[in-house]
Design a protein around this ligand. Structure first.
Ligand code: GLA
Length: 509
């Protein structure tokens, strides 16, 4: 007993010293504070939602390395891991620093963001197997899932992610539906109200997915949205967890499709995320086909939107899995570089877009504050020329008149929604100029003259470059003005990061 008490005392003393950083090996090589192992950090976020991050760390004396697995969905490698005093410090490509401090048998974690205040939490040691992905459920043979006949023009609507991220809730979705109607956007063609990630809760004993506390009644929410003449979209993943770490559809594909149908869901965005931990990249098609078949058999028409960041040449097989659209790129950010890098690099995929099956360069950032109005006009014009799905991603309730004017410009939307369903081709590209041309059903062409640099420039459109001959009538779709008739070319002054968007139509036709 005495011996035992002495042992406990020594352990207690060592722990206290370690806690104070005095006996820490961090930087010194003593094993009591070794941070090697698998640690789980549970952070309660968004009401009753718990997000778990696993830190898988290997320490070798005074160096360490590792990975963070955010709820099995995202793997982040440690960048520049090093010790600062008794803290293990590293960055991640999610633009946040982590500071870890061994605190007895716990790990004290501080997450430091560039502009927000740091978050703190305590991670506990867990068995390594907790991070092991589930066993592979055999995939189906590849087949052609029948077309659902939906999205004959690119889908238009609003999605919660770009502005609200994980804060989305029932009231935000209802307010978005109300505002889509009262602002006139619904009349301009926007019809989907799409809930992105972070609505999911757990599964009941029968495996049925239950929304988390922020969505008390999904069927009632669908009823609210439908009563306004709109449609409701939802989000899931072929993996066990979504990118935000919520329950995905892995192993529950058919049941989830039926549940969505029973709620009255009209659109599913299906995001690869943690599927990467279960499947290899050459299984993308079969994994997405599983949900495609499930939707085809769920008894309700549901638009199927794939989100796989452009992996696996999805445009070559997306329509075979029953998809109506597929992401061609990584996530858009609300800045000029991200938007223009995406928008001006879609031309090679033009041949894969058409009625019922569209390339998706990601959702709109118009009105989110990171770009100027001319830049947002460029963004919107580009997406319309690309026949891209138009998912507004801003807070509709606080949108400025300028943002509304961009999103609701009917002449520009008509370019996107043209029933021929062609995606624009790039006909000229140099250091400051891009010219994109889109064939329209009435025989005219929509043409974007883009200035990508920071000084005003003059852009000349030679009619021979867009294969038109004879006298052409030019109309400016932002000024809503006919600019006159021209014989061989049209010259426009274009402001920095701006666009002149015109239609070119043979006179007399
Ligand atoms: C991925 C997608 C985004 C969004 C988030 C949600 O990053 O590409 O569009 O859906 O997941 O977690």
């Amino acid at each position: 007993m005495k011996k035992c008490f002495g042992y406990v005392l020594i352990v207690l003393m060592l722990t206290t010293l370690a806690n104070k950083g005095i006996c820490s090996n961090v930087g010194s090589g003593v094993s009591t504070s070794d941070i090697t192992g698998t640690w789980r950090l549970d952070m309660v976020q968004r009401g009753n939602v718990v997000l778990s991050s696993y830190f898988i760390i290997h320490q070798d004396n005074n160096t360490f390395d590792g990975t963070i697995v955010i709820n099995g969905a995202v793997d982040l490698k440690f960048i520049k891991p090093h010790f600062e005093g008794n803290e293990a410090v590293f960055n991640t490509n999610w633009n946040r620093d982590y500071r870890l401090r061994r605190d007895g048998d716990k790990l004290h974690v501080t997450i430091v963001y560039p502009r927000e205040k740091p978050e703190e939490g305590t991670a506990i040691r867990v068995p390594e197997e907790e991070t092991t992905p589930p066993k592979l459920i055999p995939l189906p043979e590849l087949v052609n899932v029948p077309r659902n006949g939906l999205a004959l023009t690119p889908p238009m609507g609003w999605n919660s992610w770009n502005h609200f991220g994980s804060n989305v809730d029932d009231s935000i979705v209802r307010a978005a539906a109300d505002k889509l109607v009262s602002s006139g956007l619904a009349a301009a063609g926007y019809s989907y109200i799409n809930i992105d990630d972070c609505w999911e809760g757990s599964r009941d004993i029968n495996g049925r997915i239950i929304p988390n506390g922020k969505f008390p009644d999904m069927k009632a929410l669908a009823g609210y949205v439908h009563a306004r003449g709109l449609k409701l979209g939802i989000y899931s993943s072929p993996g066990p967890l979504t990118c935000g770490g919520f329950a995905g559809s892995y192993g529950y594909e058919e049941q989830d499709a039926k549940t969505y149908a029973s709620w009255g869901i009209d659109y599913l965005k299906y995001d690869w995320c943690s599927a990467a931990r279960v499947y290899t990249n050459d299984q993308l098609q079969a994994a997405f086909q599983k949900m495609g078949s499930a939707l085809a058999n769920c008894g309700r028409p549901i638009v199927y939107s794939l989100c796989e960041y452009g992996m696996g040449d999805v445009w070559k097989w997306g329509s075979q899995v029953g998809a109506n659209l597929w992401r061609t790129t990584g996530d858009i950010q609300d800045n000029w570089k991200s938007m223009s890098d995406i928008g001006f690099n879609q031309s090679l995929l033009a041949g894969y877009a058409g009625p019922g099956h569209w390339n998706d360069p990601d959702m709109l950032e118009v009105g989110n504050g990171g770009m100027t109005e001319p830049e947002y006009r460029t963004h919107f014009s580009l997406w319309c020329l690309l026949a891209a799905p138009l998912m507004a991603g801003n807070d509709l309730s606080t949108m400025s008149a300028g943002t509304l004017a961009i999103l609701s410009n009917k002449e520009v939307i008509a370019v996107d929604q043209d029933p021929l369903g062609r995606q624009a081709l790039t006909v000229l590209k140099n250091e400051n100029t891009h010219i994109l041309v889109k064939d329209m059903k009435d025989g005219s062409k929509a043409v974007g003259l883009f200035n990508t640099e920071s000084l005003p420039t003059t852009i000349t459109l030679n009619f021979s470059d867009i294969k038109v001959t004879g006298r052409q009538k030019i109309r400016d779709l932002w000024l809503h003005k006919d600019l006159g008739n021209f014989d061989t070319n049209y010259e426009a002054k274009v402001e920095p990061h701006a666009v002149v968007l015109i239609t070119v139509k043979a006179v007399g036709k």
